[in-house]
Design a protein around this ligand. Structure first.
Ligand SMILES: Nc1nc2c(ncn2[C@@H]2O[C@H](COP(=O)(O)OP(=O)(O)OP(=O)(O)O)[C@@H](O)[C@H]2O)c(=O)[nH]1
Ligand SMILES: [Mg+2]
Length: 411
C-alpha cells in the first residue's frame, strides 16, 4: 500500500457564526481526509469575515502555512470551502505544495467508491467539470495532476489533464450516461408495472444504512466506518413480518455542503428515492450533530421532491448513548441495528406506520382462489386470516395501499 499523504487542513472562521456548526464541519473535513487515506498533521484557522478575492486568506497566514508545510514534509493542503480557480492557482503558487478544496476531496472519495458503470461515469463527469476551469493550461499546472488525493479517477481510468481531451471526454460521458439512464428508466418502469412496493433507506453518511440493509436482507452490501461507504444504490427484495414483499434500496449517504457539481451528478443515483413509496430515514443518534444531520437530509429530500412520502425515522446506534434519547421526529423508533431484535422491531414499526397510511379491508376468498390469496399476502398487510369451514374459503382482514389495483375487489 502507498504511504499515506500528510495533510494540513485550513478553514476560515467568521465572527458571529455558529461555533458548533463550524467545529463539526472541521471534524467532518478531518473524517473525509482520513476516508481518502490522508493523515491530518495540523489545522490552521483564520478569523476573517471577508474572503480575500485573490488568495482567500491573508498573506501572513499563507506564509505561516507555507513554513509549516516545508518543515513537516506536508504533501497536501485542504481548504474547507470551495476555492475559485484563481484562488486555487494563487494559493498553490504561494504555498508551493499541492492544494485542493473540500469539493475536490469529496469528489476524490466518490471516485474511489463508485461501483456501477453509471456511478463511475457520473463521478468522472463531475470531476472533469470541476477541473476544466481550474486548468491554467500551462505545463506546470498540469503536472499537478500527477497523483494523490484529489487527482484520482474512478476505477481504472485516469483523470485527463489536457483541455481538449477533457472536453471530448465530457461529451462522450454525457452520451454514454444518457444511454445508461434510458436503460435504467426502462428497468424502473418494468418494476413499477409489477407494482412492487419500494422502500428507500436514506440518511446522513455513516448513519448505519448499509448495516441495516445487510442485516434486514442478509446480504453483503459494503458496510464500513468510513464516510460514503456506499455510492451506488443497491436494491433487494425483503419480506416484512406479515408477508408483505417490498423492494429495499440502500442509498448514498447525504452530507452538508455537498459540491454543487455533485448534487447534479448524483441526482439520478438518488432518483431511486423519488421513486420510492416509503422512506426509512436513518439517523446516527449518538452523533453530537445528529439534529443538523437530520435537517440536512430533510432539506435534500425536499429538493428531490420526496418530502411528501410517508417516512419512518430510525434513530440508530442507541448502544453508544448513556442517557435517555428524545426523538425529534414522528413517527420514529430508537434502535441499534447491531441488535437482531431491533431489526425485527424496525420491520414491525414499518408495517405499523404503513397500516396507518393504508386502507383497511375485510374480505372473503373462496378456497379455489389460491392465487388471489397469495397476492394479498405479498402485496398487502394481512393482519388476520382464518379458514372458514362452512363457507369453504378464507376470511381475511388487513390494510392495502389506496391505489392498489385489488383494492376495489376487497372493500
Ligand atoms: N455502535 C454501533 N455502530 C453501528 C450501529 N449501526 C452501524 N454502526 C457502525 O457504523 C458504521 C457505519 O455504518 P454503515 O452501515 O456503513 O453506514 P451508512 O449509513 O451505510 O454509511 P454511508 O454508506 O457512508 O452513507 C459501521 O462501522 C457500522 O458498524 C449501531 O447500532 N451501533
Ligand atoms: Mg452505506
Amino acid at each position: 500500500m502507498a504511504e499515506k499523504e500528510q495533510v494540513v487542513l485550513v478553514a476560515r472562521a467568521e465572527t458571529g457564526q455558529d461555533d458548533k456548526r463550524f467545529h463539526s464541519s472541521l471534524e467532518e473535513l478531518q473524517s473525509l481526509t482520513e476516508t481518502a487515506d490522508g493523515v491530518v498533521k495540523n489545522t490552521f484557522i483564520q478569523k476573517r469575515d471577508r474572503v480575500h478575492p485573490a488568495t482567500y486568506l491573508g498573506e501572513g497566514k499563507l506564509q505561516e502555512i507555507k513554513a509549516y508545510a516545508a518543515d513537516n514534509e506536508i504533501d497536501l493542503v485542504i481548504f474547507n470551502e470551495e476555492l475559485s480557480p484563481g484562488q486555487l492557482k494563487n494559493i498553490t503558487d504561494r504555498l508551493e505544495v499541492r492544494v485542493i478544496d473540500r469539493s475536490q476531496l469529496i469528489l476524490d472519495i466518490f471516485a474511489q467508491r463508485a461501483k456501477t458503470k453509471e456511478g463511475k461515469l457520473q463521478v468522472e463527469l463531475a470531476q472533469l467539470q470541476y477541473l476544466l476551469p481550474r486548468l491554467a493550461g500551462k505545463g506546470t499546472e498540469l503536472s499537478r495532476l500527477g497523483g494523490g488525493i484529489g487527482t484520482r479517477g474512478p476505477g481504472e481510468t485516469k483523470l485527463e489533464s489536457d483541455r481538449r481531451h477533457i472536453r471530448r471526454r465530457i461529451d462522450d460521458i454525457k452520451k454514454r450516461l444518457s444511454a445508461v439512464v434510458k436503460q435504467r428508466e426502462q428497468y424502473r418502469k418494468r418494476r413499477k408495472e409489477n407494482k412492487a412496493f419500494q422502500v428507500a433507506i436514506v440518511g446522513y453518511t455513516n448513519a448505519g444504512k448499509s448495516t441495516f440493509f445487510n442485516r434486514a436482507t442478509e446480504s453483503e452490501s459494503f458496510e464500513e466506518n468510513l464516510l460514503f461507504a456506499t455510492l451506488d444504490p443497491l436494491t433487494r427484495q425483503l419480506q416484512l413480518p406479515s408477508g408483505l414483499q417490498v423492494l429495499l434500496t440502500d442509498t448514498v449517504g447525504f452530507i452538508q455542503d455537498l459540491p454543487t457539481t455533485l448534487i447534479a451528478a448524483f441526482r439520478s443515483t438518488l432518483e431511486e428515492v423519488t421513486e420510492a413509496d416509503f422512506i426509512l430515514h436513518m439517523v446516527d443518534a449518538s452523533h453530537p450533530d445528529h439534529e443538523q444531520h437530520e435537517k440536512t437530509v430533510l432539506k435534500l429530500l425536499g429538493e428531490l421532491k420526496a418530502d411528501h412520502l410517508p417516512m419512518l425515522t430510525v434513530y440508530n446506534k442507541i448502544d453508544l448513548l448513556s442517557g435517555d434519547f428524545i426523538p425529534n421526529a414522528f413517527p420514529s423508533i430508537t434502535v441499534s441495528v447491531h441488535d437482531p431484535i431491533d431489526i425485527k422491531r424496525i420491520l414491525d414499526k414499518m408495517e405499523e406506520t404503513l397500516k396507518k397510511e393504508w386502507d383497511n379491508y375485510h374480505t372473503f376468498i373462496p378456497a379455489g382462489e389460491g392465487k388471489q390469496l397469495q397476492r394479498l399476502k405479498e402485496e398487502s398487510i394481512v393482519s388476520s386470516f382464518h379458514f372458514d369451514e362452512e363457507r369453504e374459503g378464507y376470511v381475511l382482514a388487513g390494510a392495502i395501499h389506496p391505489d392498489h389495483p385489488m383494492k376495489h375487489q376487497l372493500l
